[in-house]
Design a protein around this ligand. Structure first.
Ligand SMILES: [Cu+2]
Length: 500
C-alpha cells in the first residue's frame, strides 16, 4: 500500500485543485506502468470449467490459500477457490437447482457473493452471512435468468478488498441454450475464453501483499491500484486461438482500476453481451471501457491470421497520470496477445441479431430515489463543507455503511428510478439481487453497449437507472448496493435494501 503508488491519482482533473496540502506530500514519482516485461510465451491460463450439469448440479468450492508465481520462479502466497489463485468457471443451466457447498479453508471469515445471479437475499452471500474458518455453507441456487457471464467473489465485512486482491475470483456462465441457436463461439477454452482482468503490485520477491492495517488514506480514497496488469493471473500471456471468431468473456475483477481496451491494430470487434446477458444486436466498437465488476462478452475476428495484442490505455479518470507506459512514451500498452493458429475456425460469422432484452418502461416506475456516492475526497469536502479532518466520510447520502441499518425498502415486482451521483471521482455502482437499465448517463442516453440489462455501471457524474426488483430480501437477509471500488465498499460506500 505504498503512498507513491497512489499519489499520481491526485492529478485527476476534478480534484487537482483544492487538495493542496495532501497533494504536496503525495506527488512523488509514481507512474502507472506495467512493471517488468513478462517472459514471452506465457500461455493464457484457462480456469478449470465446472459444468454443473455433468456432476449432478452439485458444486463444491473451497476458499483456500495457495501459492502462485506471478513472476516465474517466485511463487507467493495467494488465495483461490479450489485452486491456488482465482477459481473455476462454473457453467450452470437455466431452470436447474444447483447445490453449492462453500468450504472456508482460509484463516479468515469469508462469504461468497454470486455477483449478477438473481437469487433471494438469503442466498446472496453478503456480509450478513459469514462463513467462519473451517465451516462449510450449503446452499441451493435456483438458476432462472437468461444466458450471461457472472462472477463470484468474497463479500465479508471489511475484508472484501483484501480477499479479492489475494485471488478469490471465479466466473459463472449461465446457459439458457441460446448460444447454439445464435451460432456463437461456445467451445470453452478454444473459441470461448474467460478473460479476468486485474492489476497488482508485485514486489521484487514475487509477492503481492495486502494488509488491511497498512492502508493509508489515499489507498482508501482512490482504491488499491497496482502497476502490473494480470490476465487470468498471468502477466501479458499469449492465447492461441482459431483463425475465426473468438468470444472473450471480459471481467474486470480489479479492486479499483478501469481498463480502456482496444486491439493494437485498432480492429473493430463486437460487444454481444453485458452484465445481464445479450444485447439486442452486436455493437461494433474499436475501444471498450470496463470498470470494476463489469462484464462484457465480445466477438473478435482472427480470420486474417495475424497475431495481435490486446491493449489498455490511459485511465482518463486519472488525468495525465493515468498513463500506462512507465516512461509516458506510449498511450497504450499490451496486456495480452492473441496468436491465431491455422486450424479450421469453428464459427465465422457475427450474427446480425442477438436477443431483444425484456422491455423496461420507465413510466411504470413506482419510486424515484437519489443516491449520492461520496468517497471523502478533499474536493467534495470543500463542496460540502462538512468534514475538515481525514478520514472524511465515505458513504452514501451522508451515511457510512451500517450492517444494522436498512436504508431502502422496495416492493417485489416493481421498478424504481435510482438517480446516482458520484462526488469526487467516478464510482462503479452495483446493485445486488436486481438488474437495471441505464436510462441516462451524464444526462445522455446510454451508448448501445450499455443499453442492455446490467448490474454495475461506472458513474462519473450522474446516471439514472431503472432498477427491476424481482428477488425477495428480508431484514435478516437484505441485499446490498455499493461502489465496486473494493476499498470504498469496505470503508462504507454501501447500503442495504430489502424487497418484499
Ligand atoms: Cu467508489
Amino acid at each position: 500500500m505504498a503512498l507513491a503508488r497512489n499519489s499520481m491519482l491526485l492529478a485527476r482533473r476534478k480534484f487537482a485543485i483544492g487538495c493542496g496540502a495532501l497533494a504536496s506530500s503525495a506527488i512523488l514519482d509514481a507512474r502507472f506502468g506495467l512493471g517488468e516485461p513478462a517472459p514471452a510465451g506465457t500461455r493464457l491460463p484457462i480456469p478449470m470449467l465446472i459444468d454443473a450439469a455433468k456432476q449432478g448440479n452439485a458444486v463444491h468450492l473451497k476458499a483456500m490459500s495457495g501459492r502462485h508465481a506471478f513472476i516465474e520462479g517466485k511463487p507467493t502466497r495467494t488465495y483461490g477457490y479450489s485452486a491456488p489463485v482465482l477459481g473455476p468457471v462454473m457453467r450452470v443451466r437455466r431452470g436447474v437447482e444447483v447445490q453449492v457447498t462453500v468450504e472456508n479453508a482460509l484463516d479468515a471469515v469469508t462469504t461468497v457473493h454470486w455477483h449478477g445471479l438473481l437469487v433471494p437475499g438469503y442466498n446472496d452471500g453478503g456480509p450478513q452471512h459469514p462463513i467462519k474458518p473451517g465451516d462449510t455453507r450449503r446452499l441451493v441456487l435456483k438458476i432462472d435468468q437468461p444466458s450471461a457471464t457472472l462472477w463470484f467473489h468474497p463479500h465479508p465485512h471489511h475484508d472484501t478488498a483484501r480477499q479479492t486482491y489475494m485471488g478469490l475470483t471465479g466466473i459463472i456462465i449461465v446457459d439458457d441454450g441460446s448460444d447454439a441457436r445464435l451460432d456463437l463461439p461456445r467451445t470453452y477454452g478454444l473459441d470461448d475464453l474467460p478473460i479476468v482482468l486485474q492489476d497488482r503490485s508485485i514486489d521484487s520477491d514475487g509477492s503481492i501483499g495486502y494488509d488491511n492495517n497498512d492502508l493509508n488514506a489515499l489507498d482508501i480514497a482512490y482504491g488499491d491500484r497496482g502497476d502490473t496488469i494480470i490476465v487470468n493471473g498471468a502477466i501479458t500471456p499469449v492465447a492461441k486461438v482459431p483463425s475465426g471468431l473468438v468470444r472473450l468473456r471480459l471481467l474486470n475483477a480489479a479492486n479499483a482500476q478501469n481498463f480502456d481496451l482496444r486491439f493494437k491494430d485498432q480492429r473493430t470487434f463486437h460487444v454481444i453481451a453485458s452484465d445481464g446477458g445479450f444485447l439486442s444486436a452486436p455493437v461494433a466498437v474499436t475501444e471498450l471501457r470496463i470498470s470494476p465488476a463489469e462484464r462484457f462478452e465480445i466477438l473478435v475476428d482472427f480470420a486474417d491470421g495475424k497475431a495481435v495484442a490486446l491493449e489498455t490505455g490511459p485511465d482518463d479518470e486519472l488525468g495525465v497520470f493515468g498513463r500506462v507506459a512507465p516512461d509516458g512514451s506510449a498511450d497504450y500498452v499490451a496486456i495480452m496477445r492473441f496468436e491465431p493458429t491455422p486450424t479450421m475456425p469453428l464459427v465465422k460469422r457475427v450474427p446480425n441479431r442477438l436477443i431483444e432484452p425484456t422491455t423496461a418502461n420507465a413510466a411504470s416506475a413506482t419510486r424515484r430515489r437519489q443516491f449520492v456516492l461520496d468517497s471523502g475526497l478533499c474536493a467534495n469536502r470543500q463542496q460540502a463543507g462538512l468534514h475538515t479532518n481525514m478520514p472524511a466520510l465515505i458513504g452514501i447520502n451522508g451515511k457510512a455503511f451500517d450492517l444494522a441499518r436498512i436504508d431502502v425498502e422496495t416492493k417485489l415486482g416493481t421498478t424504481e428510478i435510482w438517480e446516482i451521483t458520484s462526488i469526487g471521482m467516478a464510482h462503479p455502482f452495483h446493485v445486488h439481487g436486481a438488474l437495471f437499465r441505464v436510462l441516462s448517463i451524464e444526462e445522455q442516453p446510454p451508448p448501445a453497449h450499455l443499453a442492455g440489462w446490467k448490474d454495475t455501471v461506472l458513474v462519473e457524474d450522474k446516471a439514472k437507472l431503472l432498477v427491476a426488483f424481482n428477488q425477495p430480501a428480508t431484514r435478516q437477509h437484505p441485499f446490498m448496493y455499493h461502489c465496486h471500488i473494493l476499498e470504498h465498499e469496505d470503508a462504507g460506500l454501501m447500503g442495504q435494501y430489502i424487497c418484499s
